[in-house]
Design a protein around this ligand. Sequence first.
Ligand SMILES: [Zn+2]
Length: 480
Amino acid sequence: MSYDTVIRGGTVVTAGDSIVADIGIKGETIAAIGLGLDSARVIDATGLLVLPGGIDSHCHVEQLEADGSIHEETFATAARSAFAGGTTTLIPFSPQFKGEPIAAHARDYAARAARSPIDYTLHQIITDPTEAVLLEELPAVVARGTRSLKMFLTYDPFHVTDGEYLDVLAAAKRLGAMVCVHCENYDAIRWRSKALLRAGHLEPASHALSRPRVVEREATHRAIALAELVDQPIHIFHVSCGEVAEEIARAQARGVKVTGETCPQYLVLTAAEMARPGREGAKFMCSPSLRDAGDAEGLWAAIRAGTLDIISSDHCGYSFEGPHGKAISGADADFTRIPNGVPGLAARMAITFSEGVAKGRISVNDFVKLTATTPARRFGLYGRKGSVAPGFDADLVLWDASRCMTLTNVLMQHAIDYSPYEGLSVTGWPVLTMARGQVVMEEGVVTFAGRRGCFLPADPSPDAKPRSIVPDGFDAALVS
Ligand SMILES: [Zn+2]
């Protein structure tokens, strides 16, 4: 057997194993894993880990917002940043706005995504689940290979009522789709925010005060309880603290199919950053809010227990300078008018490895599970993405577990003009990224001229399969 490329002598890491082996690649896929494989083109991986390319299952790329603005991170710049950080698959969001059908923006977003240099699949945001959306549009969305729906329980103008949420859960159950939820209490945040503004607390640090942990915990509990009522599996996005993870653990202990993720910002940053002088604090505004020192340990405990099983970036890029970024409402805008979100595409893998593996909190196999294997399984990509095995795409990262780096915005290689992680020291760094057999990053130099990413139609996810247990035996979801 001859191979186009052999990656030789690295420690191949999957969710279950770590073994020293060569990887034989033919075309775009892994053809063999073994010893003594040969090829005219050999990449020496001695002393390095060979990991499956990262899958960032929650990131906002070139997304249209309700005010007509478009996220600064394009598919081209997102690909550059992702490859730089060892990520080879993205799952961004196709939008829907209230008063409009899904179709109003689906074609436009699909066209933008079609220019993506990095492989991707999509989540579909649902903000206005009319009967036409539920009965006509959603079946078509799923038929096109988008099997994950996202809902916001807060945010103007995205949030859905409990009734609308139930309707989408029921539709997802009928269609075999996963449902992802942004859990915060809409009215509680509005009530707190109004009081903060009346009291003259306009600065970025007030963002944390407008949405304390209990606001997220209440919405998480409600999202889970209603999903239990419908018998529809859900995935909780961006869990910020252990107190919220406890709600998920309690439901899991009852057998409810609910999963959760967290993001690097909640593992290494705290709300104190928002109190930086001037407007600097705006760089650290995201929702749910950053919490306090000590909250990260609660998250790690939940990760080790399996309660939280994905680490995504929730990359949401708004530059600090310029009229379209954090200052879109003016330099003196109060905290409610500053866009939420922090960029993290390139930092996700390194921070997770450094805080998790290098600091002894998780194994390297757990790292692979959190950043690649479980996102692939949950969102219907497994079999092609998410592991190192024959038949899988040759999406691979050569990882130097002992290299120490100090994160800078330049290293992130994104379109955003800052990184919230500027100055953070990490141990462990990607030295080479391969996407479907093509080297797209080596020692920080990203090259993918003319590359076309694939749209990956999602398969039905085992995690989205209902339990067939509904309260009192009456399955209301079947009555559409
Ligand atoms: Zn998000």
